[in-house]
Design a protein. Sequence first.
Length: 88
Amino acid sequence: VNFFASLRSSEEEMPEDWAVMLTNAPLFSQKASMLDELIPSGSNNSHLDGGRKISFVLGTDTMVRIINPKYYGNSRENMLAALVDMKE
């Protein structure tokens, strides 16, 4: 399947306010913080509670790293704080 042809054929279904960000930030929590700074809080991408909604597609390997305390200074507390920050 041609990816670009698929995008063109579904233009009507694409939201107006979407983007792709490339980064070399090593941690997913850092990537989420970058997005939080870049996307204005009053954007059209609002969720039911009035906040912004950002969706990510993750592979299993990334999900395992997101919840591994090893990437947060071997601290479970730091990992949980990073997860809470990403949620907010």
